[in-house]
Design a protein around this ligand. Structure first.
Ligand code: PLP
Length: 449
């Protein structure tokens, strides 16, 4: 497993050309195998992508079969049965009236599409001044310029700042470190009510949408809002004619133990963005799910959503997505994500005894452990320690892949380890994940405290 960066770094432009990447040759169930004979537990399903596990035969066969029939048509000119069928399957899982699906190829494309859809909705309904999208400080919405504009994390934005749209951001429902210095429930969920003052300050006639992940993911370390949060947000959005966008790119398709994360709050958004779990990583696929009201505004207005991508609705991607969602259903994997998630959280909660584990949070198979230098003051580690990266690397050396998060507190400091294996994980495998993670945390803790 040791570094020989030049050995495999031929012509490929790696994200980090100075890093060693194991060469993965096979995936099976919750495991990945490399060309050196190493076996890894995929303890986060990549970045929360692989929901049904690696190497599912039914999905591979569906991809092959579709490619044999027709691999590509331009969906500005044609439709396909498989695209229709997948849209029906997706909406059968979504809150009622969220019944129109626009396919794209990934998460950032879905978020870009949602910004444009909200904007065009307001244009069609006579509010052409509405364009701003409000998001949360610890939110992550993607890497393209529009999606990055909604992502406040300094380390991801710093080189690109002049290119970004100056959208407003508000504090997250981050109870462990309440921005207002309050405690739930005495706080009155001020972090939700603040949306109203921001809309008023920005000018309600300019605000198009509010976007949030139901449970915050790769920049938020599984921050989970209190039960009142989204109902309050929904009410404020309704009052000011602001569309509510649920970014379900991580939380969608069962990851949190319900079909969509927002269902834990029993709230219906206007738009949902999806990717990752919709095809469990077998092919690139994403989607925007629109409320019938939003779709009707376009249909009865100009009649065309002025937007689309060459690979929107790719038949092969849709065939993979359909096979994945059928597999999810046939094997009851959403309720399994809840059951295994409850068990995982129970086991991870025992790690609260570790000196540096400050918080354990999340739902289903999306659990985060926030790490701190001092539990009583919640003081984070200095960014130079690279704590979460060190723990991630140590776990990987020991055959476990988890998702290290840094910059959680203010975009620069704050560490978290996220765990979220494929839903097929067994209890004994969860025990193994927890044992390997405990070993990695304890090992790194000795070096840094
Ligand atoms: C919540 C959320 N939104 C959007 C994205 C962007 O997705 P992609 O990397 O597929 O463009 C991500 C990726 O991690 C995400 O977690």
């Amino acid at each position: 497993m040791e570094n020989d960066v030049n050995e495999i770094h031929g012509n490929l432009f790696y994200r980090s050309p100075i890093k060693h990447y194991p060469m993965i040759t096979k995936g099976e169930g919750i495991f990945l195998f490399d060309d050196k004979g190493n076996k890894f537990i995929d303890g986060s399903g990549g970045p929360f992508v692989v929901n049904i596990g690696h190497g599912v035969k039914e999905v591979n066969e569906a991809i092959y079969k579709q490619a044999e029939q027709v691999a590509y048509v331009h969906n500005a000119a044609f439709t396909t049965r498989v695209q229709e069928d997948l849209a029906a399957k997706v909406t059968s899982l979504a809150p009622s009236k969220m019944n129109r699906v626009f396919f794209v190829s990934g998460g950032s494309e879905a978020v870009e599409s949602s910004i444009k859809l909200a904007r065009q909705y307001h244009f069609e309904t006579g509010n052409a001044q509405k364009y701003k999208v409000i998001s949360l400080w610890q939110g992550f919405h993607g890497s393209t310029l529009g999606a990055l504009s909604l992502t406040r994390e300094i380390k991801r934005r710093k080189y690109f700042y002049p290119l970004l749209i100056p959208f407003p951001h508000i504090p997250s429902p981050y109870c462990y470190r309440c921005y207002y210095g309050k405690t739930y429930p005495e706080c009155g969920v001020i972090c939700a009510h603040v949306l109203e003052s921001i809309i008023q300050n920005e000018g309600e006639q300019t605000v198009s949408a509010f976007i949030a992940e139901p449970i915050m993911g790769v920049a938020g370390g599984a921050i989970t809002p209190p039960p009142e949060y989204f109902p309050i947000i929904r009410e404020i959005c309704d009052t000011y004619n602001v569309l509510m966008i649920a970014d379900e790119i991580v939380t969608g398709f069962g990851r949190t133990g319900k079909p969509f994360g927002i269902m834990h709050w029993d709230v219906t958004p206007d738009i949902m963005t999806c990717a990752k779990g919709i095809c469990s990583g077998y092919v690139p696929l994403g989607a925007v799910i629109a409320h019938e009201r939003v779709h009707s505004a376009i249909k009865n207005g100009t009649g065309t959503f002025s937007h689309g991508f060459t690979f929107s609705g790719s038949p092969v991607s849709c065939a993979a997505g359909l096979a994945v969602l059928n597999y999810l259903e046939a094997n009851n994997l959403i309720s399994r994500a809840k059951e295994m998630g409850d068990y995982l959280k129970e086991q991870l909660n025992e790690m609260r005894d570790c000196r540096i584990v400050g918080d354990v949070r999340g739902k289903g198979l999306m659990i985060g452990l926030e790490l701190v230098r001092d539990k009583s003051t919640k003081e984070p580690f200095d960014a130079s320690v690279k704590l979460s990266d060190k723990i991630g690397a140590r776990a990987q050396e020991n055959g476990l892949i988890v998702r290290p998060i840094s910059g959680l507190v203010d975009g620069t400091v704050g560490d978290c380890i996220m765990v979220g294996p494929p839903f097929i994980v067994e209890k004994e495998e969860i025990d193994l994940i927890c044992a390997k993670l405990t070993e990695a945390i304890a090992g790194v803790e000795k070096e840094v405290v």
